[in-house]
Design a protein around this ligand. Structure first.
Ligand SMILES: *Cc1c(COP(=O)(O)O)cnc(C)c1O
Length: 441
């Protein structure tokens, strides 16, 4: 049995002073039957908790840690930067350097603004799209997460497109009513909606590869339809690549699927583990942003020198010219990810457990659901219990996975062949436990 005694005590104390004991809900492990390990340190592919347990980490701080934890280049760059002061609130060369780097990597971005979180990036991108078009309504897809800005915290009943209902207390009906939701991958519902209301819609925002309802890939023709219809109606197409940017492919999902969005939101990897995000895109639209244009958006710590430094160091590692004949960084991660999933597939088959395994680059997911599309109605079903058995068994064997099957897992450059063998060995044990659980039900 895993000893989490110190973590459990720490969690009890944290709950006295913070809602749910955490600063972001998913960290509370609410969906699984154990307290969250409190993390003391991390290095490479491993994280270590305050009880001294070591885990191979596939959460990677929910995406940013693509080069692994405490990568020597990143640590050194940050250490050196701190000696020059931690914030100036004035322009630096570093901001232009990171901006140029991102523009070079992301095909559709001509100008970019740095912010501090993915939430800020999507919120600001929507404001710019509304300012640019002079329209109020936006479209989002059910199950896509774009951070917690009010207008994006809206889901809707399944089925046809419908006016949004507030998803969280505190989001006003007035705000929610301007957000129209459509099922992800439902091309027909989207086209119908655009035929009816396209000329009133400021922006369509989408995760081009959805990673916040588990990992769900876009269906053939889905993204190209979004592009075609938004172009037709003068609507701004926003790709939220906060998670999938630099991961599905080095140049983002937009390169992998050959679609040029008007605006792109980035986060997670772009800050290399420090709080950075960004939005950018067509020059004409980005020139609406203050002080060049009238759409206001600002940040005391935006473009922070430590954060820029960590981002530059991370992007330098993953975009370095590969040696002759060697696959590039992100492609190598995809190959490693594939190996893990092949191991999981065999473990599941040998145990007689039905699973769905999805992959996009170095993002991957394991569904115990029969239906792989996130369904609010069934999210508390017995599949969730099977997932819980899988999750606990993996954790006990030192494999740290996200505590819900509606989250995505991430491979890093620091994961070794040995890590992958250990992960697959653990999966064989865990899948047998799942089979036992399902048989005894
Ligand atoms: C994580 C995430 C966000 C929110 O970013 P934060 O930095 O947590 O505010 C937005 N969109 C997507 C697709 C994400 O995965």
């Amino acid at each position: 049995m895993l000893n989490l005694e110190k973590s459990s005590q720490a969690f009890a104390q944290a709950k006295e002073v913070m809602p749910g004991g955490v600063n972001s809900p998913v960290r509370s492990f609410a969906r699984v039957k154990c307290d969250p390990p409190f993390i003391a340190k991390a290095s490479g592919s491993k994280i270590y908790d305050i009880d001294g347990n070591e885990y191979i980490d596939y959460v990677g701080s929910w995406g940013p840690m693509i080069v692994g934890h405490a990568h020597p280049n990143v640590v050194k760059a940050i250490q050196e930067a701190t000696t020059r002061g931690t914030s100036y609130g004035a322009p630096t060369l570093l901001e232009t350097q990171l901006a140029k780097k991102v523009i070079e990597l992301m095909p559709s971005i001509e100008k970019i603004r740095m912010v501090n979180s993915g939430t800020e990036a999507t919120m600001s991108a929507l404001r710019v799209a509304r300012g640019y078009t002079g329209r109020d309504k936006i479209v989002k897809f059910i199950g896509c997460y774009h951070g917690h800005a009010d207008s994006l915290l809206v889901k809707a009943g399944s089925g046809a497109a419908t006016f949004g209902q507030p998803d969280s207390p505190g989001v006003t009906k007035g705000t929610a009513k301007d957000t129209i939701t459509v099922p992800y991958n439902d091309i027909e519902a989207f086209v119908n909606l655009m035929n009816e209301q396209g000329d009133e819609i400021a922006a369509v925002i989408v995760e081009p590869v959805a990673g916040n309802m588990g990992l769900v890939l876009p269906k053939q023709g889905f993204l190209s339809t979004l592009r075609k219809e938004t172009e037709k109606h003068g609507t701004v197409l926003i790709f939220d690549e906060v998670m999938c940017g630099f991961r599905v492919a080095l140049n983002g999902a937009q390169a992998a699927y050959g679609i040029r969005p008007d605006l792109t939101c980035l986060g997670k990897i772009i800050g290399g583990g420090l709080p950075v995000a960004a939005y950018g895109g067509k020059r004409e639209i980005m020139d609406c942003v203050s002080p060049k244009g009238p759409v206001y958006q600002a940040g005391t710590l935006s473009g922070n020198p430590l954060a820029m430094t960590a981002g530059i160091a991370t992007l330098d590692i993953i975009s370095a010219d590969p040696a002759w004949g060697k696959a590039d960084y992100t492609r190598e991660l995809s190959i490693k990810t594939k190996h893990v999933l092949q191991g999981f597939a065999k473990a599941a088959k040998d145990a007689g457990v039905k699973v769905q395994l999805h992959q996009a680059g170095s993002m991957f997911g394991v569904f115990f659901n029969e239906n792989d599309v996130y369904d609010y109605a069934t999210s508390e079903s017995s599949d969730q219990e099977a997932f819980g058995v899988w999750f606990m068994s993996m954790l006990e064997q030192g494999i740290y996975l996200a505590p819900s099957q509606f989250e995505t897992l991430f491979m890093s450059g620091a994961h070794s062949d040995d890590d992958i063998v250990k992960t697959i060995d653990a999966a064989e044990v865990a899948m047998k436990k799942v089979a036992e659980f399902l048989n005894n039900k």
